[in-house]
Design a protein around this ligand. Structure first.
Ligand code: MIC
Ligand code: SF4
Length: 642
């Protein structure tokens, strides 16, 4: 039987296992990326592994999240990252050079290769035919040390694209449509492979918008074929040599197929507080908007920035609204400047921010109280913008600019014909903000500021777990709920004792104090627990507070892997109806935990408060059970190398 693009790349990199859906497999990782908010921890972990130099083909350390330097902390982290990169053989992308995913796509991505990144939007690389996966920092540290990446072989879903996008309808509207159909948990355990005749009408940046936001489906990754369009993109980046053709076989078999007719799509919008709450713009048009933000790793390519500039040319934004624009990379920024696009945006009243994540992660540009913000970003979770009661709506650049001009949510199709944007045949290549590693880094001194605290380590799992349910939450809890980001908390990413004070801050600010007082405890949740960001701090900080297990109806992939990596047992209800038999404050005992895990048997949770028993199951590979028994991946790896 023929093979899909995803199967071809996975089979080429297979180190262990059989690539059948659900089976544990391990794949070789060619490239890694980190960003600063997850990177400091990842490099502390890499250092703890005691390997002298990275063992990948290419590893890049980016600085793009914590660029608001309101104190010494972020600057200290940047200096640590730069020196650590030089010491261990990594490329360093300096602050100002752009968002990791955008820059990696432009300057480093190679079709047919594997990329593991400590950021959930790493699948952006799928836009040029990479198997690009988001993971926790510790998994990336292990990959840099030459270990393969372990995962359950995903199902492969064909998203069969037909036709061509109508005027004013963008790639963002395609992925919002997929989110509407599949929801934020519809992609769990799956790879979304885009195919069909419609693929030929989408450029690489458009494809990358779609694979980027596949993260919001909970998918392991998303991928497009590497075809003539990919070749043209790489050639325009002066990297034509990196291209190889990777097409699906004509008789490729898929586990599922979803048809999407591009020609029938309309501008879409995701309403608060989840990216799958998608309706057509025209259905809620006219809503008053306080702020528009254009940028993020989803929508900040040159084409999009030039489109925004042309739409704004000679006009003025609405009087009660603020417009923020952050270009995705220095390349995009420089080319916008040369093309006169910045001038048009500034003249229209746009506020130009640096090339970084910025408002997307609450690093500045928080909306006003109760405000409405229309953003071209990928996440609209509660509180993520930095304003607890603000409402974020996600749209394409075209809809966002139309809205900025009108002051109310506006369907761009009202604006006549769209501007014609001619992209240059060659991008301007200037890699002067990427520092290659020295040949021998062994003498480089790694500089640590006072904000960089040693890595906490866990003890091996005890045989009896007794304690209190400290918190019970509902469905679709995000890692932004568990470990919030934003300008105040992000600078503490390399200081676990300090950041742990903010665990669950927007849900229950008493959580950290209660956890400390009780000497640890447990958490209960609903479906799709831990969706969103890859931040391992959402497992590491709870581990630091003494959380030993989390019991839920279902988990999101990356968060589950992070819990395992830090020795927290990810338990699921055998019977989801038992969710009602356990409340916050209940005292729970689990006996013989080690033995049960060793034998791969279900756990019995005795609820002493309610006098009932709950059966807890788990889906863990042999290796994952061993990791938990050891108290986490770091202990496990150290043991295997010693
Ligand atoms: C995000 O978009 O939430 C982030 C910030 O990029 C995270 C990583 C992090 O929390 O550092 C992600 O998506 O993985
Ligand atoms: Fe940065 Fe936002 Fe992309 Fe995360 S989603 S990498 S915060 S731009």
């Amino acid at each position: 039987m023929g093979k899909s693009v995803a199967q071809k790349v996975i089979e080429k990199h297979l180190v262990e296992g059989e690539p059948k859906p659900g089976e544990p497999i391990a794949i070789k990782i060619d490239q890694t990326l980190t960003q600063d908010a997850t990177g400091t921890m990842a490099y502390l972990q890499f250092e703890a592994l005691g390997i002298p130099r990275v063992r990948t083909d290419l590893s890049v350390s980016y600085v793009d999240h914590n660029t608001l330097q309101t104190g010494f902390m972020n600057a200290d982290d940047h200096r640590f990252l730069q020196t650590v990169a030089a010491r261990y053989g990594l490329y360093f992308s300096r602050p100002g050079n752009g968002i990791c995913h955008q820059v990696n796509l432009e300057r480093f991505g190679v079709p047919g290769r594997t990329l593991l990144g400590s950021d959930s939007h790493t699948p952006t690389g799928g836009g040029i035919g990479m198997i690009a996966i988001g993971a926790g920092g510790l998994d990336v540290a292990a990959a840099m040390a030459g270990y393969p990446f372990y995962l359950a072989m995903p199902k492969i879903v064909l998203i069969n694209l037909k036709g061509k996008l109508p005027p004013w309808v963008a790639a963002k509207d395609v992925i919002l449509e997929v989110l509407r159909v599949l929801t934020v948990k519809g992609g769990v355990g799956k790879i979304m492979e885009y195919g069909g005749e419609g693929v030929g009408s989408l450029t690489v940046p458009e494809r990358a918008t779609i694979t980027n936001m596949g993260a919001e489906l909970g998918a392991t990754t998303s991928i497009f074929p590497s075809d003539e369009i990919t070749k043209a993109f790489l050639e325009a980046q002066g990297r034509g040599d990196a291209w190889t053709e990777i097409l699906p076989d004509p008789d490729a078999a898929y586990d599922e197929t979803i048809d999407i007719d591009l020609g029938s799509l309309e501008p879409n919008v995701a309403q608060p507080f989840n990216p799958d709450r998608v309706v057509k713009v025209r259905e809620i048009e006219g809503m008053k908007v306080d702020q528009v933000a254009i940028g993020s790793c989803t929508n900040s390519s040159l084409k999009e920035m030039l489109t925004a500039a042309e739409m704004l040319a000679g006009k003025t934004i609405a009087p009660d609204l603020s417009l923020m624009v952050s270009p995705g990379s220095k390349q995009v920024f420089e080319m916008m400047a040369r093309a006169g696009a910045l001038e048009k945006i500034i003249a229209a009243g746009g506020r130009i921010l640096e090339s970084a994540c910025g408002p997307c992660i609450g690093m500045g540009a928080a909306p006003p109280s109760g405000g409405v913000s229309v953003r071209t970003h990928n996440r609209n979770f509660e509180g993520r913008s930095g304003t607890a009661d603000a409402k974020v709506y996600l749209t394409s650049v075209e809809t966002a600019v139309a809205t900025a001009l009108e002051g109310v949510l506006t369907d761009p199709r009202k604006l006549g014909s769209p501007p014609r944007i001619d992209l240059p045949a060659r991008f301007d290549v200037n890699d002067n903000m990427i520092i290659p590693p020295p040949e021998d880094g062994s003498k480089v001194e790694v500089i640590r500021g006072p904000n960089i605290k040693p890595l906490p380590v866990n003890d091996p799992l005890p045989d009896r777990l007794e304690g209190e349910v400290l918190l019970k939450v509902g469905d679709n809890i995000t890692t932004d709920h568990i470990m919030p980001a934003g300008a105040k908390i992000l600078p503490l990413r390399s200081n676990i004792p300090a950041i742990s004070e903010y665990v669950y801050e927007i849900v229950d600010p008493t959580f950290p104090a209660r956890a400390k007082e009780a000497g640890g405890g447990f958490i209960v949740g609903g479906e799709n627990y831990g969706q969103g960001s890859s931040r391992e701090h959402a497992a590491l900080a709870p581990m630091y507070l003494g959380i030993k297990w989390v019991l839920v109806k279902s988990f999101a992939r990356i968060h589950k892997a992070n819990l395992i990596n830090f020795g927290i047992i990810p338990i699921t209800f055998d019977d989801p109806a038992d969710y009602d038999k356990i409340e916050s404050g209940d005292e729970i005992v689990i006996e013989n935990v080690r033995e049960r895990l060793e034998k791969n048997e279900p756990l019995t949770l005795v609820n002493k408060t309610k006098g009932v028993e709950i059966k807890g199951t788990y889906e863990l590979s042999d290796r994952q059970r061993e990791i938990i028994l050891e108290g986490g991946l770091l202990n496990y790896v150290k043991k295997s190398v010693s």
